[in-house]
Design a protein around this ligand. Structure first.
Ligand SMILES: C[S@@+](CC[C@H](N)C(=O)[O-])C[C@H]1O[C@@H](n2cnc3c(N)ncnc32)[C@H](O)[C@@H]1O
Length: 287
């Protein structure tokens, strides 16, 4: 396969999403899509995609939102998912309905030579927070939009507003060293938490009419399968999984016990709902 052009500044992220990150997400694809389904629901609603539209799903991962979009654009539209992760795209291709107008392309959104003014919408569920120089990446992606085309994406608000991701990490830090401190602008899940930063990046990239809508959600990290399933979710993804990478089994067991106790306080039947909070960001390509 021809290797795509990669911006060297994104090399760490390319390695992560083709290594441990890609593995965690591919292994848990089905469950992860259930946990994040409340996000998809509100994001797809705000995107208001019409039959016949063409949409690019940036950082599409295993393809869940590309398939939601496909459903909306119908047989006369087209969805293109792009991502830098070979394993995640591999899963997306496996899941793609045969002969549907959807394709998956291995590409770095920062430098991919998008066909100019070719698409109605750039869309993303959590796939745009990992660029080393986001204003360059968004300026490149904007070239794909026709005049009047729209950008719609979801990103996480602050760690404090997302206990579903932070509860496990707080327990982990009682036994394992802290992750290297991240600066607020470093690529990562919370890099678009700051509203002013998002507005600045999109303005520099040439977008206009930027809007951010706060949406608070309840995410069932147990996917309706009880406390042990909720623990698996916490251990497998996000910052807790990063903090536990390469730790000895006794430490992992001690952290798991603390997480079990902490999650039990939130259990309701077979569900374990925890709070999550996102921005739905919208913007327009005026030119
Ligand atoms: C948190 S995952 C979200 C995946 C998917 N959108 C979902 O919601 O299931 C972030 C995704 O962004 C992709 N990504 C990160 N940097 C990228 C880049 N420069 N170009 C394209 N995709 C990128 C990763 O490979 C990964 O699939």
């Amino acid at each position: 396969m021809t290797q795509p052009a990669i911006d060297a500044r994104n090399a760490d992220q390319v390695a992560y999403w083709n290594g441990p990150g890609g593995k965690h997400w591919t292994d848990r694809q089905q469950l992860q899509d259930i946990v994040l389904s409340p996000v998809s629901e509100v994001l797809i609603d705000r995107a208001a995609v019409k039959a016949g539209d063409t949409v690019i799903d940036i950082g599409c991962g295993c393809g869940a939102t590309s398939f939601d979009l496909l459903h909306k654009v119908g047989p006369t539209g087209r969805v293109t998912g792009i991502d830098i992760s070979e394993p995640m795209l591999g899963r997306a291709r496996e899941l793609a309905p045969k002969d549907a107008p959807v394709e998956f392309v291995l590409a770095d959104a920062t430098v991919h030579p998008f066909a100019p003014a070719s698409t109605d919408m750039l869309f993303s569920r959590f796939g745009v927070m990992f660029f080393a120089q986001p204003s360059d990446s968004f300026a490149n992606m904007r070239k794909a939009l026709r005049p009047g085309g729209r950008l719609v994406f979801a990103c996480w608000r602050t760690p404090r507003d997302n206990p579903w991701m932070m509860l496990g990490l707080q327990e982990a830090y009682k036994h394992v060293p802290k992750l290297p401190e991240m600066k607020p602008d470093d690529p990562g899940p919370f890099s678009f938490a700051n509203e002013e930063r998002v507005r600045r990046i999109l303005g520099e990239a040439g977008f206009s009419g930027v809007g951010l809508e706060r949406v608070d959600l309840s995410l069932d990290i147990a996917t309706g399968r009880g406390l042990e399933a909720a623990i698996e979710t916490i251990l497998a993804i996000g910052p807790t999984s990063r903090a536990l990478e390469n730790q000895p089994s006794d430490k992992i067991e001690a952290v798991t016990q603390l997480i079990r106790t902490a999650l039990a306080a939130h259990q309701k039947g077979d569900t374990v709902p925890l709070g999550g909070s996102i921005w739905i960001v919208t913007a327009t390509n005026a030119a």
